[in-house]
Design a binder for this molecule. Structure first.
Ligand code: ADP
Ligand code: NI
Length: 228
């Protein structure tokens, strides 16, 4: 099977798998991440085929939808690519990317000190950088805000509760089980992303999206207090 065919078949598979999603991890999230990742990959000289394929598959087995199982994605990606008879070396490369990009890898385990700025993997390839930056950018700005409230609504979270303070040093376990309001998520994740970008182009875009997040929060709290 040639590369084009692998991409086309994978696109159909992912569209079908995520067709019922209403948590903000739907096909259009994948579509945006794929395009952004390819753009970043061009700037960085990363392997476009690996980046595109990994972007397509990056949320296929998200732990959030498999009872917190962080291995679910690896199993699903391997199974899918094996069904296409992709060479083991390609499968390994894709798994290397898709297993590294989640924000959760940057959080510490309970009682283990400061959170990591980025994934603890020893070598971060250009391909990992491109897909990770793209995924993180889609959690910021206007789209990131829409996704956060979509996710919160799906999981019955409040918009905001002044009595529940955000935990900026949230641990991995707490992040996985939190029931906190969606606004807290801005402080626990979204506002941290600007300083976690790997690439110059990602950083530049993140700056603008970060500014919008801050503007949004400013307006939100003015309205909350009835000042506007
Ligand atoms: P990753 O895709 O890197 O694993 P997450 O799954 O934590 O990152 O987040 C993906 C998106 O889901 C976030 O950008 C956010 O919009 C939404 N999300 C995740 N957790 C929460 C939460 N507790 N409250 C609101 N939105 C959330
Ligand atoms: Ni994603």
């Amino acid at each position: 099977m040639d590369r084009q065919e692998i991409i086309e078949k994978t696109e159909l598979f992912v569209k079908e798998t995520l067709s019922e999603d209403s948590t903000g991890h739907d096909w259009w999230h994948i579509h945006r991440v794929r395009n952004l990742a390819k753009r970043i990959a061009c700037h960085e000289g990363a392997d476009i085929f690996i980046v595109e394929l990994a972007a397509l598959l990056h949320d296929i087995g998200d732990y959030k939808f498999f009872q917190g199982d962080e291995e679910a994605g690896i199993v699903k990606v391997r199974k899918w690519l094996s069904s296409l008879e992709a060479p083991p070396s390609l499968i390994d490369k894709i798994v290397e990317v898709t297993s590294q990009i989640s924000f959760i890898h940057t959080l510490t385990d309970k009682g283990k000190g400061k959170s990591k700025k980025n994934s603890s993997t020893v070598t971060i390839s250009k391909e990992i950088m491109a897909v990770t930056d793209a995924d993180r950018l889609d959690a910021m700005g206007a789209i990131g805000i829409a996704r956060a409230f979509t996710y919160g609504g799906f999981f019955n979270r409040l918009i905001y509760d002044p009595n529940i303070k955000p935990d900026r040093a949230i641990t991995k376990e707490e992040y996985k089980t939190t029931k906190a309001p969606s606004i807290n998520h801005f402080y626990e994740k979204l506002l941290k992303l600007k300083d976690m970008m790997y690439t110059p182009v990602g950083r530049k875009m993140a700056k603008r999206r970060h500014r919008f997040l801050k503007l949004y929060l400013k307006q939100f709290f003015k309205e909350w207090k009835g000042k506007m």
